[in-house]
Write a protein that binds this ligand. Structure first.
Ligand SMILES: Nc1ncnc2c1ncn2[C@@H]1O[C@H](COP(=O)(O)OP(=O)(O)OP(=O)(O)O)[C@@H](O)[C@H]1O
Ligand SMILES: [Mg+2]
Length: 260
């Protein structure tokens, strides 16, 4: 079973004390190596959805299968181990550690796994930083601009070439040039490792790079036709069947590689 195959069933999530479910997804599937873009209004639950997929938030009901592992039923300790072995996560607010250099922030996941940062790993971290355009890897996190912090966070998520890459608005703080670079890098590196990539974004051109696009609305995932994305790079190439299969009014169904 491929670890990067995602299957959601009857998922329900509600914050304690909230009057209603924030997420209510009956079924959704994404094959290993596929890329998904998710957009939605502020407060729609996009970050919460990514945190559920990562096992950081516990769902109230349903299953979140990555391969044959239901992350929703693992103990916190097992969830941590699963994340260490499988996941790269770009947090919306970066989660960089001040006082540490950009390079040491990228290497941080190694310290959590008890791995020593071998020269090879340091070299990979430096390489990733240069690919995201950080010229001063020794600069401390608190001295970096917001956009530079965002790029360090992206490099960190890629350190262990994860099978699953979740990125929460990874280009929100960047100028157009860096947005394009980071968007391309995410797709390229995910592709190099056959990773499953889920990107939350408000940016149409980034969403259009993904194999499929969904709108998180009313707690459900609804399919977006790529041709409706403004400024999308190659919408027709992404969805040659878009004309023949317009989205239904409630298109919350699983996808399959043959759909894209
Ligand atoms: N710990 C919490 N306890 C209660 N409610 C929360 C908590 N965290 C988030 N929320 C609420 O859940 C809703 C969804 O939040 P979430 O951060 O997932 O939205 P989002 O779609 O990522 O928004 P944005 O685009 O602004 O990042 C919001 O109304 C938020 O106020
Ligand atoms: Mg968010």
């Amino acid at each position: 079973m491929k670890h990067g195959n995602l299957r959601l069933s009857a998922l329900r999530f509600r914050f304690p004390g909230a009057p209603a479910d924030l997420l209510a997804i009956e079924h959704f599937a994404l094959a290993q190596g596929q890329t998904l873009g998710v957009r939605g209004a502020s407060g729609a639950g996009k970050t919460t959805l990514l945190h559920c997929l990562a096992g950081i938030e516990s769902v109230n009901a349903g299953s979140i299968l990555w391969g044959d592992t239901d992350i929703a039923t693992l103990s916190p300790r097992e969830q941590t181990r699963w994340r260490q072995q499988n996941l790269g996560l770009v947090f919306q607010d970066f989660h960089l550690v001040e006082g540490l250099s950009a390079l040491d922030n990228v290497l941080l996941p190694a310290s959590f796994t008890g791995w020593r940062a071998s020269p090879r790993l340091r070299e990979r971290a430096g390489d990733l930083l240069s690919r995201v355009g950080i010229a001063s890897p020794g600069r401390r996190a608190e001295l970096l601009s917001r956009g530079e912090r965002q790029r360090v966070a992206v490099a960190r998520a890629l350190l262990f070439a994860p099978r699953v890459l979740l990125a929460d608005e990874p280009t929100a703080s960047l100028d157009p040039e860096n947005r394009a670079i980071i968007g391309e890098l995410l797709c390229e590196l995910a592709g190099e490792h056959g990773a499953t990539l889920v990107v939350v974004s408000h940016e149409d051109s980034l969403l259009a790079r993904m194999d499929q696009q969904m709108d998180l609305r009313g707690g459900t995932l609804q399919e977006i036709v790529p041709t409706l994305l403004r400024g999308s790079a190659k919408p027709d190439a992404l969805r040659p069947d878009a004309e023949r299969h317009p989205p239904s009014s409630h298109a919350e169904h699983g996808s399959h590689p043959s759909h894209v």
